[in-house]
Design a protein around this ligand. Structure first.
Ligand SMILES: Cc1ncc(COP(=O)(O)O)c(C=O)c1O
Length: 392
């Protein structure tokens, strides 16, 4: 019956998997459980002051609404100035507002793709991309990121993934969960393919200090022959996932940018999805986010370094990264990553297995760097105990 009622694009396997069942059992058992998957800064007390957010929203709640497809000019100016203040020259005319980065993907897929068209996406990367593609009838075709001490784009796999249906290439920079930035030379190579690049830069504010990557945004790179869309949003830039404001910065050859604007104006005008109070509050929320951003970067970087020190000389390794909110640990391949996640859950530590992010091979787990440092280090003791137990 349901086959004839619902779309194929909404058909997924809704069964709980082994891991989520084991997690629910453990959580209900009342036994100790440390959750190293928490991706909300608020949960670790790192977010902006809720009282200050309420005050801003209180001031902006009743402000007048103007229906503007790309968002109200004052909000786009606030976003552009925030980027300019951080050294990324941005013209408000090239800023489009959406309700989130996830929605920005959906609108860009509508701009660039017809049903059945293909978009190349990095692997390993952010798992939600699969759903975003499916819901807009876009086929996502993976290309590989490879690790040899640092991560880079495997251009052979990009070329192998191309077809006459390919309409765009997604880069996630820094990538979630690998924390690797797209390199200038990778952007140049991708731009030679003459396809639009959608660059998900939600974590771009979280680059490790001192290790400054050579390319912080495709928007500020030297102009290429192609269209580029740099995505960001308050959810990560200001650690306010609930505020629902995303931004797309468009760049490229003038004629292409103009055509993209003309088409996108109609798409965005059809939904007008960004709430007026948030647009009025954008400037203040971006400012408030600044202190949270510093706190989060400090926490994530300190945890990243501490993890490196903690696993030195053990059978466990922490992969190198350049930023972001997660770290990747490589475990001995005596178990696969689901088996490791189950074994560690038995010890009261909950981590995401690498297959959630489509790691090609090997046993990997992903750790949230937002975690309170003492809790993280004590959980690492348990992880190392399990590793020693499995690989004496
Ligand atoms: C790489 C990446 N892109 C986009 C998003 C979604 O951002 P938003 O909350 O703005 O939709 C996330 C959320 O974790 C993410 O990790």
């Amino acid at each position: 019956m349901s086959d004839r009622v619902f779309s194929r694009r909404s058909q997924f396997d809704f069964q709980a998997n082994r891991l989520s069942i084991a997690f629910a059992v453990r959580a209900q058992s009342g036994q100790a459980l440390v959750d190293l998957t928490v991706s909300s800064p608020q949960k670790w007390g790192l977010g902006p002051d809720p009282q200050a957010i309420s005050e801003v929203l209180g001031r902006c709640g009743g402000a007048p609404y103007q229906a503007e497809a790309f968002g109200m000019l004052s909000a786009r100016e606030a976003v552009a100035e925030d980027f300019c203040g951080r050294g990324q020259k941005t013209d408000p005319a090239h800023v489009w507002l959406t309700a989130s980065t996830s929605e920005a993907y959906a609108q860009l897929f509508r701009l660039l793709c017809d049903s059945g068209d293909e978009v190349l996406v990095p692997q390993p990367s952010y798992p939600l991309l699969a759903y975003l593609g499916a819901f807009d009838g876009v086929k996502l075709v993976p290309y590989q990121l490879v690790y040899d001490g640092v991560w880079s784009v495997d251009m052979d796999s990009v070329r192998a993934a191309l077809s006459d249906r390919t309409r765009a290439i997604v880069a996630v920079t820094p990538n979630n969960p690998t924390g690797s930035f797209l390199r200038r030379e990778d952007l140049e190579a991708l731009s030679q393919l003459d396809l639009p690049v959608i660059s998900d830069e939600v974590f771009a504010d979280y680059a490790w200090p001192g290790d400054f990557p050579d390319l912080i945004s495709v928007h500020t790179a030297e102009p290429g022959p192609n269209l580029r869309f740099a995505l960001g949003g308050l959810s990560k830039a200001s650690a306010m996932p609930g505020m629902k404001l995303g931004f797309i910065r468009v760049s490229g050859p003038d004629a292409l940018v103009q055509s993209a604007q003309d088409r996108m104006e109609l798409i965005l005008d059809t939904y007008l999805s960004v709430a007026a109070p948030i647009q009025h509050a954008a400037r203040a929320l971006l400012e408030l986010g600044g202190t949270a951003r510093c706190r989060i970067l400090k926490r994530c970087h300190a945890n990243y370094q501490a993890l490196g020190v903690r696993v030195k000389g053990t059978a466990l390794s922490r992969l190198s990264s350049e930023g972001g909110w997660n770290a990747v640990l490589r475990l001995p391949a005596v178990l696969d990553d689901e088996q490791w996640a189950l074994a560690l859950l038995e010890r009261g530590v909950w981590l995401q297995p690498g297959y959630f992010y489509d790691f090609a091979a090997g046993a990997f787990v992903v750790v949230s760097l937002l975690t309170e440092p003492k809790i993280l280090m004590s959980a690492m003791d348990s992880v190392l105990m399990e590793v020693t137990h499995r690989c004496p």
